[in-house]
Design a protein around this ligand. Structure first.
Ligand SMILES: [Zn+2]
Length: 284
């Protein structure tokens, strides 16, 4: 069973006269699809800029929502159907606009994708011809640009000064990670600021289809770093307490090993911590 036509198309079921099922282009959705490809392929916009432009233009999603999820835009730009290659019915996408209430960062049960898909039985895959909305050349240009955007984002991340606690602090309200965000040019008012802000991922509306899920405050990096540092120093002044805690954790570990407890996720967390942690994952 098909989950519905991709954005930009309408599904026409098999007709009594024998005409097989097919897709037809749905205007003006198709015009929006074409614009998205051109913005990225020709104007070299990022996914975030595409989302902003769609919101400014008041373009609604397939389900009539005024805000586009980045993962939805990403999915459209990656879908070969738009250059006339059909391969539908493989998976059904569910809930891509629903907000996940996430478990603690680094825990093993954090879903990797912002939406879930169910793989349909391959025998039920249905291929249906689809009219092209964009050229193959534009499709491939966009794939190249998306790769370029990813590379640039990685470079930006690598060049940003490391903030000690980014990705290691977790929001007490919504359990998302706090990431470091530098002071904007406007807020800096021409001064050089050597601190940034730790900010809850849940407070960024753009990550959640236009609506923030958390209103916890941001914290200046220098202040939180100081506070945590003071506590570390305080702890180091009391080696007995430190030893006590260390032994307590050893005991827990041993007990878990005896019980055959699976520590893979703990090991993963340890590795993440050793890497220094990174800020909240961003899509696109
Ligand atoms: Zn939060």
């Amino acid at each position: 069973m098909l989950s519905g036509a991709p954005y930009g198309y309408r599904y026409i079921r098999r007709q009594l006269d024998g005409t097989p099922a097919h897709y037809v282009i749905e205007l003006p959705q198709a015009a929006t699809v074409k614009a998205m490809f051109q913005w990225v392929g020709l104007e070299r916009l990022s996914i975030g800029e595409v989302v902003r432009r769609l919101a400014e233009a008041g373009t609604e999603t397939a389900s009539g929502k005024p805000f586009w999820d980045r993962s939805v835009v990403w999915g459209i730009l990656r879908n070969p159907a738009y250059m006339g290659r059909a391969a539908f019915g493989k998976t059904q996408v569910r809930d891509h606009l629903h907000v996940r209430v996430r478990a603690q960062r680094h825990s093993a049960d954090v879903p990797r994708k912002p939406y879930s898909t169910i793989r349909a039985d391959p025998q039920q895959w249905i291929e249906i011809p689809v009219p092209a909305i964009i050229s193959e050349a534009l499709f491939h240009t966009v794939q190249g640009q998306l790769a370029e955007n990813r590379k640039r984002a990685r470079q930006r991340r690598d060049n940003a000064p490391l903030r000690l606690l980014q990705g290691l602090t977790v929001c007490g309200q919504c359990r998302y990670a706090y990431y470091a965000k530098k002071v904007s040019k406007a807020a800096a008012k021409g001064h050089q600021r050597d601190y940034a802000y730790y900010r809850c991922v849940g407070t960024d509306a753009y990550r959640f289809g236009g609506e923030r899920i958390c209103d916890n405050l941001q914290v200046r990096t220098d202040k939180l770093d100081d506070l945590v540092w003071q506590q570390v120093v305080e702890l180091l002044r009391q080696p007995d307490r430190l030893r006590g805690e260390y032994e307590r954790r050893l005991d827990v570990l041993e007990r878990n090993e005896k019980n055959g407890f699976d520590t893979t996720s703990l090991d993963k967390q340890r590795l993440q911590l050793e890497k220094g942690g990174s800020s909240g994952k961003s899509v696109g």
